[in-house]
Design a protein around this ligand. Structure first.
Ligand code: ATP
Ligand code: MG
Length: 583
């Protein structure tokens, strides 16, 4: 490809509405353009990199006998009614109807579609295991589309589904996919950590997320500095704290005018936060949920969702929600409250072990002191569950070691689904004994665009992107410093042809711009290797080879450039993406 023909409009200025570095750089370097919130056009540079990621995915799927298919994006509501997710999926689902009033969604994921595909056609255990995948646009009406390609409303996902006769088979398919995912992200040049994860709306019995560690990550990854424990903080289960053995004192009401936060109350009454309880109120699908944790702890919203078996993630309750169920904002505790159809109380396990703590008196400007939850809560009418977030003060749940928290970008996730979809959708297969049994399924996703963005989040400098070679839009750029000079162009073109022949993905910057402009663009776009052909080349027969990653330069004889690139390991000679004809 010639740079003079490449459509990569670069921007001088940092785009103002880009909220993460990958987004800023992809806009500036001419990789993507925004159409509307969460909607992007991939320009040639991004699309080439995406092709390379997809190619790596395809190779690793082939290696574990997963086969590529393509299902419709448009999915009839009937299938989702069968699984029960038409209602449960909530506002994130993009729904449309056709001219006859039939309802559809734009696929946010494809469990229903693929289960429907195999039921009735895969009849015997002899046809299993079966693994299918596709690479396709997905649609989710995200509450907050942001971070460019990382959280968009239309995005490219590779989604795979496995079918087995029994749990053992499912487990094998699951771990095969786990291994394949580890290889995919490694080959893409990402530093990724598989972490234990929540099953969320998908359902099932076990899951890992592949987290690209980066400051801009939206997830908190908690991991042990001693052992291999690593989990999304949402699923981190802190060890139970020691029970305090204080003698229970009599409940008292104290006046706490305007002290609406537990910190304000603790300050006013000179109590440590550990001697208080904190109320956070949520709304899950219209039901108001009162969550209670110790004053110095934070609520794990996903644990709350699990405790009340809610279909979607909790939202903060509105003032109207509080009024509806008779709660007094700022002064809430479970003392004297009972659950109703539209109101649930979830109390953290730790709280039930406390004695003589301070909490809201459920009336304006007043708090109780000496609450003893086991005595003062309506214990038969509350849900007790582990709902506090694990913290750095907690020991590692596995080995008691010191924990640490890092930010992660979830680039992929693998799920053991079990029979959740095969049972609800009546998808059975005859087992070895000739009995119909529901398929044991797994599902597996990779965010392709998110992977691309995460690679940038992990690798850039003040001049631009530093691509991992495997997914760089071009591996090498040749820059003749003066494209009007025929002698320079002659050498450059010769090198360009030779590199192409050996399978190097190379761009010739034949633009008649100043050398400085071309160098800046090369750094911004982030080609792993830059070859500079200058006046000196004609005299000495040497070019400059510059490595983007570390800025190191060397002079290399024209005839040895290609071999030198391979010898230095700048492009792996077995690169899957070499020798391919990209658009
Ligand atoms: P998140 O928790 O970040 O919303 P998710 O867990 O809902 O993601 P999955 O259903 O596991 O997402 O989808 C598989 C993969 O698709 C994710 O691991 C992620 O890489 C990607 N993905 C999900 N939502 C988006 C999005 N809105 N934009 C881009 N990629 C996404
Ligand atoms: Mg996920």
């Amino acid at each position: 490809m010639l740079a003079s023909r490449l459509y990569a409009p670069t921007l001088r200025e940092m785009p103002s509405d880009a909220d993460v570095i990958s987004q800023q750089l992809m806009l500036r370097a001419g990789f993507v353009r925004k159409v509307a919130g969460g909607l992007y056009t991939y320009l040639p540079l991004a699309w080439r990199s995406i092709h390379k990621i997809n190619e790596i995915i395809r190779e690793e799927m082939e290696a574990i006998n997963s086969q590529e298919i393509m299902m419709p994006i448009l999915q009839p509501s009937e299938l989702w009614e069968e699984s029960g997710r038409w209602a449960a999926y909530g506002a994130e689902m993009m729904r449309i109807s056709d001219r006859h009033g039939r309802e559809y969604c734009l696929g946010p994921t494809h469990e229903e579609m693929v289960t429907n595909l195999v039921r009735g056609e895969v009849n015997s255990y002899r046809q299993l295991p079966l693994s299918l995948y596709q690479i396709q646009n997905k649609y989710r009406d995200e509450r907050r589309p942001r971070y460019g390609l990382m959280r968009s409303r239309e995005f490219i996902m590779k989604d795979a589904y496995s079918f087995d006769i029994d749990e053992e088979g499912m487990s094998k398919s699951f771990w095969d996919m786990y291994e394949a995912y580890s290889k995919i992200f490694k080959r893409c040049g990402l530093t990724c950590k598989p972490v234990e994860a929540d099953n969320g709306a998908i359902g099932g019995s076990g899951s890992f997320e592949f987290m690209a560690l980066a400051e801009s990550g939206e997830a908190d990854v908690i991991h042990c500095t001693t052992c291999d424990y690593a989990a999304n903080i949402e699923i981190g289960q802190p060890k139970a704290l020691e029970v305090d053995t204080e003698e229970a004192k009599a409940l008292e009401t104290v006046s706490t005018p305007d002290a609406k936060s537990i910190q304000a109350v603790a300050d006013m009454l000179e109590l440590p936060l550990e001697k208080t309880i904190k109320a956070v109120v949520y709304n899950i699908e219209g039901k108001v949920i009162l969550a209670i944790v110790r004053g110095d702890h934070e609520v794990n919203e996903i644990a709350v969702q699990r405790a009340v078996e809610g279909g979607i993630e909790p939202e903060m309750a509105t003032p109207e929600d509080l009024v509806r169920v008779g709660l007094t904002a700022g002064f809430i505790s479970p003392v004297g409250l009972s659950q109703t159809e539209e109101f649930a109380i979830v109390v953290d396990e730790t709280v039930m072990n406390l004695h003589n703590v301070c909490g809201g008196a459920n009336t304006i400007d007043a708090h109780y002191i000496n609450i003893n939850p086991n005595r003062d809560f309506n214990v038969d009418d509350i849900i007790v569950a582990p709902i506090r977030l694990i913290t750095l003060d907690d020991p590692c749940p596995k080995c008691d070691g010191q924990l640490r928290i890092d930010k992660g970008i979830e680039v992929g996730q693998v799920f053991k689904l079990g029979t959740k979809y095969s049972e609800s959708m009546n998808a059975t297969v005859l087992n070895q004994g000739g009995r119909p049994t529901p398929f044991q399924m797994g599902c597996y996703g990779i965010g392709v665009g998110r992977t691309l963005a995460a690679a940038i989040e992990q690798s850039y400098d003040e001049n631009g992107i530093i691509w991992p070679v495997a997914i760089a839009p071009f591996e090498v750029v040749i820059v003749p410093i003066n494209a009007k000079d025929e002698a320079l162009m002659e050498v450059s073109e010769r090198l360009y042809k030779e590199m192409k022949q050996t399978g190097i993905d190379v761009l010739l910057d034949d633009r008649k711009d100043r050398a400085g402009v071309k160098f800046k663009d090369a750094d911004l776009i982030g080609y792993p290797v830059r070859i500079t052909v200058s006046k000196n080349t004609i005299e000495s027969g040497e070019v400059e080879l510059r490595v983007r990653k570390d800025g190191s330069t060397s002079t290399v004889k024209i005839d040895e450039v290609t071999t030198s690139i391979y010898k230095q390991g700048l492009i792996p000679s077995d690169a899957a993406t070499s020798n391919k004809d990209y658009p």
